[in-house]
Design a binder for this molecule. Structure first.
Ligand code: MTE
Ligand code: HPA
Ligand code: MOS
Length: 771
């Protein structure tokens, strides 16, 4: 199935190898710079936010006197201090920079204190006194739906006649499922450093996945043209979607403060404030009715998704859309009707988080399939396999999604069979059943679940990228591209691609910081498409330089340009072999251009935004995980014992980085579904706003047996070096943990009832599900 590579036949030395992450050594040594490590310019001041303590209220006034009276406090900024638009340049235009005449959630930013030190700014912020008339708050998603409290209108996608299919189905089940949100818990919290430059120009260091958006937002708030603002980001200490839009708020606040005092201002949020201010993964609630036949095949599905968006739209529209697009996960939904309600609640505005609604789309269908299997007394894996998309010819074609995209290059049947075999699924399922017979308190469960994840931004226009490749006189190379580095290894992969395109050693290629003055209008580094987009743009830029050099050398040697090869730091023609460095020096002396740009846009994709039909994705990434868990039936505590993964990254550009992404994504998904719990109290305060009460997985939670294998085939679509995107898809492999826990609960109960277990499956919830 190896697609013929459109890339010229340069031997690939850098790509396909497990090179270390470009910053690994510096990060270990503490020598890698994050925003808060940038040497501060003399005169730098520090900001701290003033937060709303009520979930919904009319803002009558703000008393800043006590704060301003503290020595060392320079200013308190409020909405009135915003010279440009008082609304953020978010796409729905529904978020104020600072609360204007109302507050919409506990933690909303009302203003900013600027002071000589971080601690002083934070202390002063607590002295600012907003006067508030408290209003009733919407804190429950079902109440929001009842009250038609929406950030965006509901969306329905349907195929066939679900009601009719349910009426004639041999079996039906109905139920609800609640799935919690997730805090990003990036190790580096949100931070921005704004520096006024000469002639009303602004330099912003921002820990952001989307420098171009930050530039646009800052310019909008300052009332300036975009070209007055430059945004830079060398790296983030993690983003996970949490810095796709929400880094912009900090940059805007820091820039406004810097403009007010005309000095550099840094804003780094305290972790508790970061929890209270910024949005999280969207919690989802589901109501469903499903019909199926004796073999467990789905006939009809009616599904309602209640999406807890928080107080504004942010990215909720595309997140909720992606949840609809992934409600099928890997399965053919014959007659189906999905309605998605984008509910407005008085909480933080929820945002992108690894998977971007995909996990919330898939999990409900996986839970349903598990319950169908138990209802029929079948092995859940058998039921899953029977429902997979396939090219079988029957009365209906089973290879088209509910949104009208044909599923091509589907490797799930062989991939699942292979994983079931190597993980010994069937034997272990039997062994677990007999183990459970003899174990009174601890019970085990197992599940094997697939993932099919669509790659591309659903908004077609974002699927474009640019890059610059500079070759210097000594033959060393600098690449700049529109993507950002957040630990995922994007810069390493882009450097590998450029090294191979020019046939130079990886060590000759450097990637420089993301910078809006180099690549304009770049999309967010998101949707897992960082390497697909920026890697290709960089490859094209390098190819332009190589073409210049090839034409030049061909002229020297009197051969065709196609006969010139670039490999292992050498430029080879049938006549001569020269070092790359010598060719560069010669070319320069002959006034040949040694740098170029590159631009890429993803082919084939299109879709209709109103009906959500078409081909939103260039291709799918596939994978499957087999997970075994144990639960303590007296306490509800649980552990993941063994995980086997087989995942499809196409032809890997860097296997070590890809395996790291798969492991990290899986464990992060495990945290979402087991221990990470967001609890808002009746006043709308997020009470789990610190690591003391919000529990991400630790090294001790990583399963003792954790085996990750890569599927060996290349991407059948023409993607850079035959690779596939890897950032998000493995997150959803952790749904196997949830299904294994539900299996353990079912085995402990020994009945065929549907398991009523919501996520995260904390000890309390597992215990409740057992009784
Ligand atoms: N890996 C690390 N170490 N840190 C991160 O913040 N973000 C994830 C994923 N892997 C993330 C990560 C998310 S949400 C996405 S969309 C992709 O990386 C983005 O990068 P890519 O498109 O280059 O894969
Ligand atoms: N994925 C991730 N981020 C996004 C998307 C998407 O599909 N659309 C807009 N931002
Ligand atoms: Mo990732 S949620 O697309 O930043």
């Amino acid at each position: 199935m190896n697609a013929a590579l459109p890339d010229r036949a340069a031997p690939r030395m850098a790509s396909g190898q497990s090179h270390p992450h470009e910053s690994a050594a510096a990060q270990i040594a503490g020598a890698a710079t994050y925003i808060d490590d940038i040497p501060e310019v003399r005169g730098t001041l520090y900001a701290a936010p003033v937060l709303s303590r009520v979930a919904h209220g009319k803002l009558l006034g703000v008393d800043t006197q006590a704060a301003l009276a503290l020595p060392g406090v320079h200013a308190v900024l409020l909405a009135a201090d915003v010279p440009g638009s008082k609304m953020l340049a978010a796409f729905a235009g529904d978020e104020p920079v600072f609360a204007i005449d109302s507050v919409q959630h506990v933690g909303q930013v009302i203003g900013l204190v600027v002071a000589d030190s971080v601690m002083l700014a934070r202390r002063a912020a607590r002295l600012v006194a907003p006067q508030m008339e408290v209003l009733p708050a919407v804190l429950d998603v079902r109440a929001a739906r009842q009250a038609q409290s929406f950030v965006l209108p509901p969306v329905t996608v349907r195929r066939g006649d679900a009601a009719q299919a349910l009426a004639s189905a041999p079996h039906t089940l109905h139920g609800t499922l609640e799935v919690g949100g997730q805090e990003h818990f990036y190790l580096e919290g949100q931070v921005a450093y704004a520096l006024p430059q000469e002639q009303n120009q602004w330099l912003i260091h921002s820990s952001t996945q989307h420098p171009g958006e930050v530039q646009h937002w800052v310019a909008h708030a300052l009332g300036l043209d975009n070209h007055a603002v430059t945004v830079q980001c060398r790296r983030m200490g993690g983003g996970f979607g949490g810095k796709e839009t929400q880094a912009g708020h900090l940059a805007v606040w820091a820039a406004l403060a810097a403009q007010k005092v005309m000095r550099p201002v840094k804003l780094r949020l305290d972790r508790d404030d970061d929890f209270l201010i910024t949005g999280k993964r969207h919690p989802f609630s589901y109501d469903y009715r499903v019909g199926f036949d004796n073999s467990g095949r789905l006939c009809g599905l009616q599904l309602q998704m209640l999406v807890h968006c928080g107080f504004s739209a942010d990215l909720s529209g595309p997140v909720a859309d992606r949840a609809i697009f992934h409600a099928d996960n890997a399965y053919f939904l014959r007659d189906v009707e999905i309605t998605s309600y984008r509910c407005k609640l008085n909480t933080q505005s929820h945002t992108a988080f690894r998977g971007f609604g995909g996990p919330q789309g898939m999990i409900v269908t996986e839970a349903i399939l598990g319950d169908i299997a138990r209802h029929l007394g079948l092995d859940p894996l058998t039921v899953r396999q029977r429902n997979l998309y396939s090219d079988e010819i029957g009365e209906v074609q089973r290879n088209t999604t509910h949104y009208g995209m044909q599923v091509e290059g589907n490797i799930l049947q062989p991939l699942i069979s292979k994983l079931a075999q190597t993980a010994n699924y069937s034997q272990r399922r039997e062994a677990i059943a007999s183990w459970n017979q003899n174990s009174a308190v601890v019970k085990r469960g197992i599940a094997l679940t697939p993932v099919k994840f669509g790659i591309s931004f659903t908004a077609t226009l974002f699927n474009q990228a640019g890059a610059l490749v500079h070759v210097y006189l000594d033959g060393s190379v600098t690449v700049n591209h529109g993507g950002t580095e957040m630990g995922q290894g994007l810069h390493t992969k882009v450097a590998q691609i450029v090294a191979d395109e020019l046939g130079v050693p990886l060590a000759s290629v450097q990637v420089s910081a993301s910078d809006t003055s180099k690549i304009p209008n770049a999309s967010a580094t998101a949707a897992s498409a960082g390497t697909d987009l920026n890697g290709r743009a960089a490859q094209f830029a390098a190819r332009h330089v190589r073409d210049n050099l090839a034409a030049f050398v061909a002229g020297l040697d009197g051969v065709g340009a196609g006969a010139v090869e670039f490999a292992a730091g050498q430029v080879i023609t049938p006549q001569a072999t020269r070092s790359f460095k010598d060719v560069v020096a010669l070319a320069y002396a002959n006034r040949i251009q040694l740098w170029s740009d590159g631009f890429y846009r993803t082919p084939k994709i299109h879709y209709d935004k109103t009906t959500l039909t078409g081909r939103p994705f260039y291709y799918f990434a596939y994978g499957a995980a087999c997970t075994e868990v144990a639960i303590d039936t007296l306490t509800g505590e649980n552990r993941v014992l063994r995980v086997d993964i087989l995942h499809d990254v196409g032809r890997s550009i860097n296997p070590a980085i890809d395996i790291g992404q798969i492991e990290g994504g899986f464990v992060q998904g495990m945290g979402w579904l087991t221990s990470e719990e967001l609890v808002w109290n009746e006043q709308g305060l997020l009470t789990t706003h610190a690591p003391s009460t919000y529990k991400i997985p630790t090294a001790g939670d990583v399963p003792g047996h954790f085996k990750v294998d890569l599927w060996p085939e290349a991407n059948p679509e023409d993607n850079v070096f035959g690779s596939k995107a890897v950032g998000e898809p493995p997150f959803m492999l952790a749904i196997s943990v949830f299904e294994a826990l539900r299996d353990a609960v079912a085995q402990a109960r020994g009945d065929k009832q549907a398991v009523k277990l919501d996520a995260p499956a904390t000890a309390e919830r597992v215990l409740a599900a057992l009784s």
